[in-house]
Design a protein around this ligand. Structure first.
Ligand code: CMP
Length: 415
C-alpha cells in the first residue's frame, strides 16, 4: 500500500475516534489534561495528513499561495490549531464554539470510499455497505450527543448518565431513520429546531440507505435482471410486430436456452471493453476445451490455439435450423460446443449425427467445392464458427494439419 493510502487510513481512523470523542467532550465531559492534549494532537495530525493528501492528490504546488485557497485546506488549517487546548487552558473550558470547530475534522471519515478503491478484489456489496455501516453509528452518536447537549427533550428528568445516553441514541436513531416514534419529544425551541434539522438530515440518510439497499437487492441477481429486461423488450417487440404464435414460442425458447446455458450473456459482447491481450487469454481459458478435442489440431502450439480462439465466433442454432444447405459455398468451419448436429443427404436422410466436440464443414473448405451435405441443428446447438480466410491461413502455416484433415475427410467420405 502506498504511503499516501496509509496516511488516508490513519486519517479516517483518527476522524472516527475524534467523531466519537469530541461530541461527548462538548456536551460536558471534562477530561484530564493529558487526554485533551492527545486528542488535540490527533486532530492536528488528521488536518496535517489531509493537507498533505490534498497536495498529493491534486498535484498542486504547495509553494503557491493560490493552492492553499481551497475550502478543504482552510478548514484543515483551522482544525490544525490546538483549539481544544485553547478552550481548556485559556477559556477555562467555557468555549464550546472552539471545540465545535474541531468537529470539522470528522468530515474526513468520508474518505472511506476513496480508500476502498485500493482493493480491486472487493465485492461490490462490501464496497457499498462498508461506508454505510461505518458512518451510520457515528452519525447516530453525534446527533445523540447534540440532543443531550440541548437537554434531552421530554426525557430530561433522568439522572443516570448511561440511561440519558441510551435514550438519546434511541431518539437519534429513530429520528434519523424514520420520523421518530414521538415518545421522546422536543420541549424547548432549540430542541424543536434541532429535531427539524435532524429529521431533514434523516430524510437524506433514510433515502440513501433505502436506495443503496434497493440497488444491492436488484444487483444481487444482475444476470437475471438483465435477462428479464431483454425478455420484456422482446415481448414488446413481438407484440408490436404481431409475430405469429409459433415463431414467438421459438423466440422464447431461444431466450430460455440462452438463460440456462449462458445466463443471458453473449461471451464476446460482454468482454469487448477488455484489452486485446486479456481478451485472448480469457477466450483461451473459456474455449480451450473446444479446440483441444479437435483431432487435426492435436499438438498445436499454445500461440496458434490462442490465435484461433480469438477468431472463433460463438453462434446458437435453434432446433431444426439449417446451419448450411447442401450445395452452398463453404465459408466456414464449425465446432460443436454443446448439442448435436445432423448431417443430411439431398433426400434428407441422415449421413451422420455429430456430437459435442465434433467439427464439420471442412470438406468444402479443403476441396474448394460446394457443401456435400446439409447440416441441421438437432436441439439447441452452441457452435463456434471459424471463417474460411483464417482456416486457410492456419492450413498454410501448418501443412501437417492439412494432411491430418485430409485423412479425416477420406474416412468420412468412405463411411
Ligand atoms: P462440407 O462438405 O463442407 O459440408 C457438409 C459437411 O458434412 C462436410 O463438409 C463434413 O464436414 C460433414 N460430413 C459429411 N459426411 C460426413 C460423415 N460421413 N461423417 C461425418 N461428417 C460428415
Amino acid at each position: 500500500m502506498a504511503l499516501s493510502e496509509l496516511f488516508r487510513l490513519l486519517s479516517i481512523m483518527g476522524a472516527f475516534l475524534v467523531g466519537f470523542w469530541l461530541p461527548v467532550r462538548i456536551v460536558g465531559y471534562v477530561p484530564a489534561l493529558p487526554l485533551e492534549i492527545f486528542f488535540d494532537l490527533l486532530i492536528s495530525a488528521i488536518s496535517a495528513i489531509n493537507i498533505y493528501l490534498y497536495f498529493h492528490d491534486t498535484e498542486k504546488d504547495f509553494r503557491e499561495i493560490k493552492s492553499w485557497l481551497h475550502l478543504g485546506v482552510i478548514l484543515d488549517l483551522i482544525c490544525f490549531l490546538p483549539l481544544s487546548l485553547f478552550a481548556f487552558v485559556i477559556f477555562n473550558d467555557n468555549a464550546t464554539a472552539f471545540l465545535m470547530l474541531n468537529l470539522l475534522s470528522v468530515r474526513h471519515v468520508g474518505q472511506i470510499k476513496k480508500f476502498l478503491d485500493n482493493f480491486d478484489s472487493l465485492q461490490p456489496l462490501a464496497y457499498r455497505l462498508t461506508p454505510i455501516l461505518m458512518t451510520l453509528p457515528l452519525l447516530v452518536h453525534m446527533v445523540a450527543c447534540g440532543w443531550i447537549g440541548l437537554g434531552s427533550g421530554s426525557s430530561s428528568d433522568d439522572t443516570d448518565t448511561t440511561l440519558i445516553y441510551v435514550k438519546a441514541l434511541y431518539w437519534s436513531f429513530t429520528t434519523l431513520t424514520t420520523v421518530g416514534y414521538g415518545d421522546i419529544t422536543a420541549k424547548t425551541i432549540p430542541q424543536m429546531l434541532y429535531s427539524c434539522c435532524v429529521q431533514f438530515v434523516g430524510v437524506g440518510v433514510f433515502g440513501y440507505i433505502l436506495s443503496n439497499m434497493a440497488g444491492l437487492l436488484a444487483r444481487s441477481d444482475a444476470a437475471r435482471e438483465h435477462h428479464m429486461d431483454n425478455l420484456d423488450k422482446v415481448e414488446t417487440f413481438m407484440k408490436l410486430h404481431r409475430i405469429p404464435a409459433d415463431l414467438r414460442g421459438r423466440i422464447r425458447s431461444y431466450y430460455h436456452y440462452m438463460w440456462l446455458h449462458k445466463k443471458g450473456y453473449h461471451d464476446h459482447t460482454l468482454l469487448e471493453g477488455l484489452p486485446t491481450k486479456i481478451q485472448s487469454e480469457l477466450f483461451f481459458h473459456i474455449n480451450q476445451g473446444i479446440l483441444s478435442q479437435v483431432p487435426f489440431l492435436k499438438g498445436a502450439s499454445h500461440e496458434l490455439l490462442e490465435e484461433l480462439m480469438n477468431e472463433l465466433k460463438p453462434q446458437v442454432f435453434v432446433p431444426g435450423e439449417k446451419i448450411f444447405k447442401i450445395d452452398d459455398p463453404g465459408y466456414a468451419l464449425y465446432f460443436i460446443h454443446e448439442g448435436q448436429v445432423e448431417i443430411q443427404s439431398r433426400d434428407h436422410s441422415r449421413i451422420a449425427l455429430l456430437n459435442k466436440g465434433s467439427f464439420f464443414g471442412e470438406m468444402a473448405l479443403i476441396s474448394e467445392k460446394p457443401r456435400m451435405a446439409t447440416a441441421v441443428a438437432v436441439g439447441f446447438c452452441d457452435i463456434y464458427v471459424l471463417e474460411k480466410n483464417l482456416f486457410d491461413k492456419v492450413m498454410q502455416a501448418h501443412p501437417h494439419f492439412h494432411h491430418q484433415l485430409q485423412n479425416i475427410v477420406q474416412q468420412r467420405r468412405a463411411s
